[in-house]
Design a protein around this ligand. Structure first.
Ligand code: ZN
Length: 322
């Protein structure tokens, strides 16, 4: 079980006027810059996987209507959410979690959030600033797929917001989400993802198309999780006998992992999404894999466990880590 540092859980702490720079590599987490909202400290959670320091950050959240989960009647989804105390008046709350990996040499960011295009979002820049990280100092970004809630921050405001970053995106998503014919026949609710994908390709000439599995740096590799989108990938972080798989949109709150035939509205190829969940969930349960998931309650860490043949999400326990 991963240990999560107590001092890393910085919910709601007021930014101190005596705040100083953070030192990611030593695990200290202090505010560097005063937020424009001095009483709101963006949440972050820092933990170790071997030599890697990983910081979970959040761009915001959105409440997804109960009707957004095809394969399951909306009323049942609402009842299940209510039974888990996860029901909000507007639906099921999706967090937009991002993960920043410090490998001692460079900072690697996984995903960039919707950046204001969905729900209450756009807080990633403030969350990075609060731990003393400027966008210019991020050396690489891995995009798990090019839905708007994962790439919005790359191009918010029509700008290249991470000017010194290498950018890794799966080739199948680049091809799909920049195809004019696919865009023309796609429903309204995915049009923003098509538009942002076009911006991403235009604004990041150094974008590198990857093919499923690739080592990004020693101990950090992408994993093919095609289904949710054609080029949906995860990121495996491994060192010193510890590992974490950032599984992006392999599972959503409330409806997963107890079923694999419940979908999210944005999934264009439901049989493919189901096939990967059928494969991934039992394997993750068997391996007791530590998982980071984009939309699970912050910081999105947990495991899939099997109880009497039913799979459920077990959040990672919080613990001291020194
Ligand atoms: Zn997503």
């Amino acid at each position: 079980m991963v240990s999560l540092s107590r001092r890393a859980f910085a919910f709601g702490l007021p930014a101190s006027s005596a705040a100083t720079a953070s030192v990611l590599s030593s695990g200290r987490l202090l505010a560097q810059e005063q937020s424009s909202h001095p009483n709101v400290f963006p949440p972050s959670a820092q933990f170790k996987i071997g030599r890697f320091t990983i910081t979970a950050l959040v761009d915001g959240y959105a409440d997804m209507p109960f009707t957004y989960f095809p394969g399951h009647p909306a009323k049942e989804t609402k009842d299940e959410a209510s039974a888990m105390s996860a029901a909000k008046p507007g639906g099921i709350r999706f967090m937009f979690n991002q993960y920043l990996i410090d490998d001692g040499e460079r900072l690697i960011l996984i995903d960039t959030g919707p950046a204001g295009t969905l729900g209450q979002s756009g807080k990633l820049p403030a969350a990075l600033a609060a731990i003393g990280v400027r966008p210019e100092s991020i050396g690489a970004i891995i995009i798990t797929h090019t839905h708007q809630d994962h790439i919005g921050g790359l191009v918010a405001g029509g700008l290249q917001n991470y000017p010194h970053s290498e950018l890794y995106v799966d080739r199948r998503d680049i091809v799909y989400w920049t195809d004019p014919a696919k865009r023309a026949s796609a429903p309204d609710y995915v049009q923003t993802s098509f538009a942002l994908s076009a911006d991403m390709v235009r604004l990041y000439p150094k974008l590198q198309a990857i093919d499923g599995e690739r080592q990004i740096s020693r101990g950090v590799s992408t994993v093919d999780l095609t289904g949710h989108t054609p080029g949906h990938i995860g990121v495996r972080i491994e060192d010193g006998g510890q590992s974490l798989i950032m599984a992006s949109d392999m599972l959503f709150p409330v409806v997963h992992p107890s079923a694999t035939d419940v979908f999210f509205l944005f999934e264009q190829d439901r049989p493919a999404a189901k096939a990967m969940r059928d494969k991934f969930y039992p394997r993750a349960a068997e391996e007791k894999a530590l998982i980071a998931a984009s939309h699970m309650p912050f910081p999105g860490l947990g495991r899939i466990v099997s109880e009497s043949g039913t799979l459920r999400w077990l959040p990672a326990e919080w613990a001291y880590q020194d």
